[in-house]
Design a protein around this ligand. Structure first.
Ligand code: WTA
Length: 636
């Protein structure tokens, strides 16, 4: 019997136990029955968390796009693969069938080839949420080029850093994009980034906003004329299961963003399996994940997971607030969406608006609701459950990471009884555990600790591009023989997991991971700033917002603090992007430091969160007197 589609709770436990007893057998069975391999693997799994090295389906040969597209042509050729809903509701939606997707991906792949892109080359994709984004991702995969999608909200300097880190040969972008009532001039951001990226040879430019832009002779090429000329057939590149599929950058607590590298076979098997089960996808359902393809959620659950299952996946260009706060619900109604997958920050923002925005629309097509990106608070969970799901749609609170490639802990709808704010139980094959500070496993229930995973799973990232040492350091050195997630979690009396949040210096703002170090580096660039420390504090829409403590140089200038705050945020916007702007900036004469000179962020965090009642022992600080001064001048 196939274990691909779990249908009841008993079966879940049965499958789960089986998957843990013999993970190799379990994943082999899934891989065997549901995909097209050009050659079968020689070895299901080899692994060593010390090196660390993990290989799945070694020796297997395949192409993921053959599994996403070609394989469906005979039975689902005319079915909609990608349903594109534009920013402006007056612009018609576009239904791209599997047949059409096949042609468009092949044409695009041929264009890439004609521009000199080969297997193993890195291609940076910096596009708004238009069909070309999904198509270019697939086109890269078709010819074995490694895509590195950079979210189009990132600044030119963040883009340049990412392009250089993986030495991309090509950038795919557009003249611009529409987001709500704004028009974004993407090409000019790319132009600025490319002043600092000697590795880029070609820029392919898609047309979206039809503005006049500069095209640099010998470097920039319009995409459409090339597509028009390109052939509709493009033979797949046969890939090894462990060949890289893509790089996707995520923030670390320190230093450069980490280019998480995912490989082909395991990623395919795991994203397909989790998509099917976590959303209980049935033929003819319409699946909508509201994420941007610039994030892992979009990679795995807008593009790969759904297409691997022959699903119809909605791609939305716009924002939930345009033309009004009913936009999401209007789209659910219009396209009869069956599964709706979004982030707590969006739910909280929409929950603040009148329910009239919801009630205008018929949401009866909905079967399952999903949440991802950060812990979903109780109030948001209930609002989602009551107003959107009408108490009939299970909410799958899915915990996972860019590094994990696919959903790790989540209820299975209609199978796992849900519990507000709990991600509940692990997917088959996933072995979570909680560790205490000394690295000891905490057994039993009603406990909390640091969340680790004990055993490899097919879609785990294999390395950080160009920096395997950092990969080992970050994920495999905190606890021996464990993958450390960076998250804290608790396990309740029945064994359900609840993710409580990051235990490192990553702060999740509106579902985006932000490392404190790069933001502090940006702030410190301001000529008036001597030193800074950034912490998170609770925010009712964004989940967390950023609070900066800033020491100024004693120059006597820059007395106008309002302007100074604006300038600091401007620098952050330029270096990272507007998502990293500080909500509060407190100028201070000192920061609490340990005797070895380390900033005690724990104390600043408590002050920012109004938890001054339990600051803990401050007597060991180098400068305990500064704490009271900071409390007295706190910004509300
Ligand atoms: C957090 C997003 C609580 C967590 C797929 C994780 C969550 C980080 C949840 C990864 C959830 C994600 N409940 N926290 N359901 N989902 N997180 O890499 O801290 O953008 O480590 O991947 O988001 O964020 P990333």
């Amino acid at each position: 019997m196939s274990n691909y589609h779990i249908k009841n709770f008993e079966e879940y436990f049965h499958v789960y136990r089986k998957s843990i007893r013999n993970p190799e057998n379990f994943w082999e069975e899934v891989a065997e029955e549901h995909f097209l391999w050009r050659k079968r693997w020689d070895n299901v799994l080899s692994w060593d968390f010390k090196k660390p090295e993990v290989k799945w389906f070694e020796g297997g040969k395949l192409n993921i796009t053959e599994n996403c597209i070609d394989r469906h042509l005979r039975i689902r050729g005319d079915k909609t693969a990608i349903l594109f809903e534009p920013n402006d509701p007056k612009e018609a939606a576009e239904h791209i069938s599997y047949k059409e997707l096949y042609k468009r991906v092949n044409k695009f792949a041929n264009v890439l080839k004609s521009q000199g892109i080969k297997k193993g080359d890195r291609v940076c994709i910096y596009l708004p949420m238009i069909p070309e984004l999904a198509i270019s991702v697939l086109a890269c995969a078709r010819i074995g080029a490694i895509h590195s999608v950079v979210f189009a909200g990132f600044s030119s300097s963040a883009l340049a850093t990412r392009i250089n880190d993986s030495s991309c040969k090509m950038v795919i972008t557009s003249d611009g994009g529409f987001r709500g009532n704004k028009t974004i001039n993407l090409k000019s951001i790319v132009d600025e980034a490319l002043l600092k990226t000697p590795c880029v040879e070609t820029v392919l430019v898609a047309k979206r906003i039809k503005s006049t832009i500069e095209m640099k002779e010998g470097r920039d090429v319009w995409l459409q004329p090339l597509l028009d000329k390109a052939d509709e057939e493009c033979e797949i590149e046969v890939m090894d299961a462990e060949d890289p599929l893509f790089i996707l950058y995520t923030s670390g607590s320190t230093g450069m963003p980490k280019g998480m590298m995912h490989t082909t076979g395991g990623y395919m098997v795991y994203t397909a399996f989790t998509f099917k089960n976590v959303f209980q996808y049935r033929e003819n359902d319409i699946f909508w994940c509201t994420a941007d393809i610039g994030w892992i959620t979009g990679h795995s659950y807008i593009v790969y997971g759904p297409l691997l299952n022959g699903a119809t996946t909605v791609m939305f260009e716009g924002v939930p607030s345009y033309p009004d706060f009913g936009r999401f619900w209007e789209i659910v109604d219009k396209h009869k969406v069956s599964q709706f997958y979004t982030a707590p920050t969006a739910i909280r923002a929409l929950g603040k608006e009148s329910v009239d925005f919801v009630e205008k629309y018929d949401l009866s097509s909905l079967k399952t609701l999903g949440s991802v990106g950060e812990p979903i608070n109780e109030e948001a969970w209930h609002w989602y459950n009551d107003n959107i799901g009408k108490k009939k749609c299970p909410i799958v609170d899915t915990w996972w990471q860019t590094e994990t490639g696919g959903i790790m802990i989540s209820p299975i709808p209609f199978v796992t009884p849900t519990k507000p704010t709990y991600a509940t139980l692990p997917m088959p094959g996933i072995q979570p555990t909680l560790l205490d500070e000394n690295g000891k496993e905490i057994t039993g229930n009603q406990v909390d600790g640091r969340l680790c995973i004990k055993f490899p799973w097919p879609s785990m990232a294999r390395t950080i591009w160009g920096n395997h040492d950092r990969y080992r350091e970050t994920y495999f050195s905190a606890f021996e023989n464990m993958y450390f997630t960076g998250d804290g979690a608790l396990r309740d009396e029945v064994g359900y997991y609840r993710i409580t949040g990051r235990v490192d210096d990553v702060i999740i703002v509106s579902g985006h991971n932000l490392g404190t170090a790069p933001i502090e580096d940006a702030v410190n660039e301001h000529p008036a700033v001597a030193e800074s420390a950034i912490v998170g504090f609770p925010h009712d829409v964004k989940g967390n917002a950023l609070y900066g403590f800033v020491i100024l140089k004693e120059t006597g200038e820059y007395r106008d603090h309002t302007n100074l705050r604006k300038e600091i945020n401007q620098i952050i916007t330029e270096h990272i992007g507007p998502i990293a702007k500080l909500d509060k900036i407190q100028f201070t004469v000192g920061l609490p430091k340990t005797r070895s000179g380390k900033i005690m962020r724990r104390i600043l965090r408590k002050i920012a969160c109004d938890e001054i009642g339990n600051l803990g022992d401050t007597s060991t600080l180098l400068n305990p007197e500064v704490v009271q001064e900071i409390i007295d001048n706190k910004i509300d």
